[in-house]
Design a protein around this ligand. Structure first.
Ligand code: ATP
Length: 608
């Protein structure tokens, strides 16, 4: 319940809608309560008239006029109910659409603020499924709740007051029925909720896997894993059948019990009304009115279980919603420090000579607390310098780049990036990256190239496309730069995607450039073309390069080799070529035809 109240606080801007819907519900209740009074009054007039006609005195004067007026009153009550319930329904629809917008947007905003570490351990499909489920259940509940709740409360109060006025034992019995029913419903709730949570885990896991499989259909098909993926998916949903059956059995057993109790209470109420009418205490009209009131009293009690059912789902939904919303982006990223701008940092000892563009100072890092991927990394990159990292596959080269981009906090030491600004967003604005995986978006080629600079002109886009050898293949496409490339660029070859990723980094025009296997998917001819563009781009920019081609590495100013998570050597290609270290070894292996040597080269993701 408290999480639902949080939803109300969270969507405070919708208060006019809540109030409007409640006022509408109050009017609908009043119109509903008027009906038993009108029919009760009409019954008395009719009973008197029938008695008068039967004893030969004829139709009493004004009786017909009165019953016609009462019938018109019934019409008026129904028209008011029809009109106001539609207005309320309209407000409810708009309110729930607005609520969905607020909740979804805030959720997305929160996800965008969460650190990489959060996404490392969550399946994207699970995140989407959780968002959909929780928001649908919360909005559905809020819509029905605002419509139902006021009606229920008002009807209950009205029925209690009216029955107490006519005969207090009726009110006492009703006053027992409500809390008893609520208590029995609450008894059901805890177990129901536990099972619902367990079901959601299965649905979320199945949806997570589902999204992954759809996104990587080629892999699934090529490994002929359709059946096992289907079985896994089916397995999760089958689990929910068993859980639903237990949940539903529990719910319906308890519901049967609740209703049986309610039936006994209403039996007592009807007995009282009938006997009191027969003994002349109530007129027939009062009896009709009271029976209708009792029927009206019964509905809120029964609706209570429906409200509780929906409320439980919504409570579960809002809990998983707030589980994500309550994550503090700063603490969710784990302990550790992120790159800082020395100009924004607290006073430091002056450095001799020009300030480096990027400094790693004693940096250690591991993805979890007990294993280190990088240890005591210290180096300084000067403005305009090209630095290549060389090391075994899995040796931590990409991790180093992730630390530079502030995706993870370092465990020890710190990273300084001159001109990085005061926050991570401005740090990242200053770094152009081409990742190992080009990671494009659905949309057009032009939109993808301009992803980092949406205001770029077509001429600017075409300029970088020319330099990154994108123009070459775009010329052959009927829609040119407006060609839609499918989800994650599915309709393009690996090399074409990579060239677009290079163009995207070029257009960003950032002072620091990171190339993480930027040309690994290109054939030699395309690589040569793109490399020319990259050489231009690296001119005057501090560049970090992870390359698989030794000829590319040979062009850099300095090479840093990594071994066992530590820096092994630092030097120019010429220096390291003769130092006897990793780079020298790779150079000597590149021309070897032996299988063992090729294998060793492969461990470094290097080709000659
Ligand atoms: N998000 C992650 N969560 C946990 N461990 C990770 C994560 N990313 C990488 N690792 C681990 O960290 C280590 C270093 O990986 P990294 O990607 O930095 O290596 P690399 O030198 O770039 O390798 P390659 O040349 O194959 O790309 C590996 O052991 C890898 O399994």
């Amino acid at each position: 319940m408290s999480t639902l109240l949080r939803i109300l606080r969270f969507t405070r801007s919708l208060t006019p809608y809540y109030v409007g819907i409640m006022v509408a519900a109050a009017i609908i209740t009043a119109a509903g309560i008027a009906v038993p009074f009108i029919t009760g009054a009409a019954t008395d007039v009719v009973v008197d008239a029938v008695a008068s006609v039967n004893d030969g005195s004829g139709v009493p004067e004004g009786a017909i006029r009165t019953v016609v007026l009462l019938a018109l009153a019934l019409l008026a009550a129904s028209l008011v109910e029809t009109f106001v319930s539609n207005v309320g329904g309209y407000w409810g629809d708009v309110m729930s659409a607005r609520m969905r917008t607020i909740l979804s947007t805030r959720y997305f905003e929160q996800l965008l603020a969460l650190p990489q570490r959060y996404f490392d351990s969550e399946l994207s499909g699970t995140i989407v499924a959780r968002l959909n489920r929780s928001i649908t259940e919360v909005t559905n509940f809020m819509k029905s709740f605002s419509n139902m709740f006021v009606t229920m409360i008002m009807t209950t109060i009205a029925v209690l007051t009216i029955s107490a006025w006519h005969y207090w034992p009726l009110a006492v019995l009703l006053a027992i029925a409500y809390p008893l029913y609520l208590w029995l419903t609450a008894l059901t709730s805890r177990k129901w909720q536990r099972i619902e949570d367990a079901k959601n885990v299965h649905v979320d896991e199945a949806s997570g896997r589902f999204a992954e499989v759809i996104g990587q259909m080629r892999v699934v098909k090529s490994f002929a894993r359709e059946e096992s993926e289907l079985n896994k998916f089916d397995g999760h949903f089958n689990e929910t059948i068993g859980l639903t059956s237990a949940q539903s059995r529990h719910w319906h057993t308890m519901d049967g019990l609740r209703r049986a109790v309610l039936n006994v209470i209403f039996f007592a109420l009807y007995i009282i009304i009938f006997v009191r009418t027969v003994t002349g205490f109530f007129t027939p009209g009062e009896m009709v009115m009271l029976i209708q009131l009792m029927a009206m009293a019964r509905q809120p009690v029964q609706n209570l279980s429906w409200v509780v059912d929906m409320g439980q789902r919504a409570a579960a939904g809002s809990r998983s919603y707030f589980e994500v919303m309550d994550l503090d982006p700063a603490t969710a990223s784990g302990s550790g420090s992120f790159p800082i701008d020395p100009d924004h940092a607290p006073a430091q000892a002056p450095t001799a000579g020009p300030r480096p563009a990027v400094s790693f100072k004693g940096v250690s890092f591991g993805y979890d607390d007990d294993s280190k991927v990088l240890e005591d990394i210290t180096f300084h990159a000067h403005r305009g310098e090209r630095i290549a990292f060389v090391g075994e596959s899995g040796g931590g080269k990409s991790t180093l780049i992730s630390l530079l981009l502030g995706f993870y906090g370092t465990h020890n030491g710190n990273i300084e990036v001159a001109g990085a600004g005061a926050d991570l967003a401005s740090l990242r604005r200053g770094i152009g990256v081409v990742f190992q995986d080009p990671s494009l978006f659905s949309g057009t080629i032009a939109e993808n190239i301009a992803y980092g600079r949406p205001d770029a002109t077509r001429a600017q886009i075409e300029d970088v496309a020319g330099r990154a050898a994108v123009a070459e293949f775009v010329a052959k496409l009927p829609d040119g730069y407006d060609t839609l490339i499918g989800e994650r660029g599915m309709k393009l070859s690996g090399g074409q995607k990579q060239r677009i990723a290079v163009a995207r980094a070029m257009l960003k025009d950032a002072p620091i450039l990171v190339l993480d296997e930027a040309t690994s998917a290109l054939d030699t001819k395309s690589e040569r073309l793109v490399q020319q563009g990259l050489d231009d781009l690296m001119h005057d920019r501090t560049s970090f390069i992870i390359a698989h081609r030794l000829s590319t590495i040979a062009e850099v100013d300095r090479i840093i080799t990594l071994k066992g998570g530590r820096i092994d050597e630092v030097g120019s290609p010429a220096e390291l070529a003769t130092s006897g270290g990793i780079y020298a070894e790779l150079l000597s292996l590149q021309n070897s035809a032996s299988k063992a040597d090729r294998k060793r080269l492969k461990r470094f993701d290097v080709i000659g």
